[in-house]
Design a protein around this ligand. Structure first.
Ligand code: ADP
Length: 182
């Protein structure tokens, strides 16, 4: 059973690696960012609520992502394992996740933190050209990451659940490191 949480700043490469790992292990890649972008593009009620926050580089309200994660992890395909990418993003979400997993009788293996220097993150994000990848919004997302998401490194470390990998190398090298770890 493979259950991993991917941690790291925006642009750290979580999404790219999560896709590869999910394919190799035949388990779902659950990305709150992807789910929210899909909701925005389809104009669903969730998308309408989330869009402004995403455009500004802010976190969407916890309750929105908490509800969607509860629903997603309860689906049959998630019973065999999963990779979480972009969730949890603050201590409230991490605490919720621990409670939910206890409730549905699931245990995660590790939270894997991707370490990448800030200047590399910015260059990568500017290069990918997503709608929220303008310089101003990128700066805001990095600030939100430092203030709200980085504390999760201590959260998982204090539970002896943290693994760290160097995300500042080629996609193939990071994949190889990750495969050794999982
Ligand atoms: P990245 O990590 O590259 O910045 P994501 O695709 O993970 O991008 O997220 C894009 C946006 O979606 C975030 O800036 C935020 O507005 C929203 N988002 C994604 N996941 C969460 C979450 N767990 N909690 C709150 N907002 C989220």
């Amino acid at each position: 059973m493979t259950r991993f949480i991917l941690l790291g700043a925006p642009g750290a490469g979580k999404g790219t690696q999560a896709k590869t790992l999910a394919t190799l292990r035949h388990i779902p890649h659950i990305s709150t960012g992807d789910i929210l972008r899909e909701a925005v593009s389809q104009g669903t009620p969730l998308g309408v609520k989330a869009q402004g926050y995403m455009d500004r580089g802010e976190l969407v309200p916890d309750q929105l992502v908490i509800d969607l994660i509860r629903e997603r992890l309860s689906r049959p395909d998630a019973h065999i394992g999963w990779i979480l990418d972009g969730f949890p993003r603050n201590v409230t979400q991490a605490t919720f996740l621990d409670e939910l997993l206890t409730e549905i009788d699931q245990v995660y293996d590790h939270a894997i933190n991707f370490e990448v220097p800030d200047d590399v993150l910015v260059q990568r994000m500017l290069g990918r050209g997503r709608k929220d990848d303008t310089e101003e919004v990128i700066r805001r997302r990095l600030q939100v990451y430092r203030e709200q998401t980085a504390p999760l490194i201590d959260f998982y470390s204090s539970r002896n659940k943290l693994a760290t990998i160097n995300g500042n190398s080629s996609v193939e090298e990071v994949t190889a490191t990750l495969e050794q770890l999982v």
